[in-house]
Design a protein around this ligand. Structure first.
Ligand code: CA
Length: 252
């Protein structure tokens, strides 16, 4: 889960990032409309949070440009203003939701989860399933009905990406952009190393899921066809997170 936040109030943006990172999101920050738009056009985020009042290019214009480029990533607009006209304009510009400052972190997280229900590419604090394997992003644990194994954050983010796109070939560059970030200096070698970590750990939990190399392109998660041993007792550990943070963030 990779988010982009475009917000010129640095302390607010950084506070929000810190909490989201603690909830296992990857978060990119930009402090003005122009550079925020440039990064948004990389189309590597699962959701974008945009403040309306930004220096240079305002949030409405950023959003309109994003949509004009055919990018349909869910967008949550932030504003200090509460006028109906702003909300209408925001929704007309292609926003998926609207949040008025000041807001609480619990509110923001709830909005992100609501966006996720609308667009299932965006999910928070949930369990992802592929084959007989479950991955819980809130605990970074993967499990089958027989075994459970803990992953590092990067391993879990990588496995989540694969599990959300089963049978799809993901290019190395796409994986780097989504897991390490558009501007990171991570390379194909990083992806290779983490895929090999993941393969070793997958072998430990006796799963029918594996990660195949697609030569010259990238990797693909496949679910082996099993000889139906009918395990109907896969664990139902849907996690409900008490978003404890209740301090108001953002004043205008
Ligand atoms: Ca602002």
């Amino acid at each position: 889960m990779r988010l982009l936040i475009i917000e010129d109030e640095k302390s607010l943006a950084e506070a929000v990032r810190e909490i989201l990172v603690a909830h296992n999101y990857a978060v990119d920050l930009r402090f003005d409309g122009k550079s925020g738009l440039d990064l948004a056009l990389s189309d590597t985020h699962d959701a974008i949070i945009i403040d309306i009042m930004l220096p240079g290019l305002n949030g409405f214009s950023v959003l309109e440009e994003i949509r004009a480029h055919g990018i349909s990533t869910p967008v949550l607009l932030l504003t200090a203003r509460t006028q109906t006209s702003d909300k209408v304009r925001g929704l007309d510009s292609g926003a998926d939701d609207y949040l008025t400052k000041p807001f609480t972190m619990a509110e923001l997280m709830a909005r992100l989860r609501a966006l996720s229900r609308r667009r299932d590419t965006l999910e928070t604090n949930t369990v992802v399933t592929a084959g007989n394997l479950e991955l819980d992003m809130s605990t970074l644990q993967m499990r089958t009905s027989k075994q459970l194994y803990s992953l590092t954050l990067k391993e879990a983010q990588l496995l989540e990406l694969f599990m959300r796109h089963p049978n799809s070939t993901l290019s190395v560059q796409n994986i780097v952009d989504r897991i390490w970030g558009y501007e990171s200096d991570a390379t194909e070698r990083h992806v290779q190393v983490y895929v090999s970590f993941l393969r070793k750990k997958l072998a430990l939990v006796d799963t029918d899921v594996s990660i195949e190399t697609v030569r010259g392109v990238g990797y693909r998660l496949v679910v082996q066809v099993t000889h139906g041993d009918g395990e109907g007792d896969s664990p139902q550990s849907r996690v409900t997170h008490g978003d404890g943070e209740s301090d108001s963030l953002g004043t205008g």
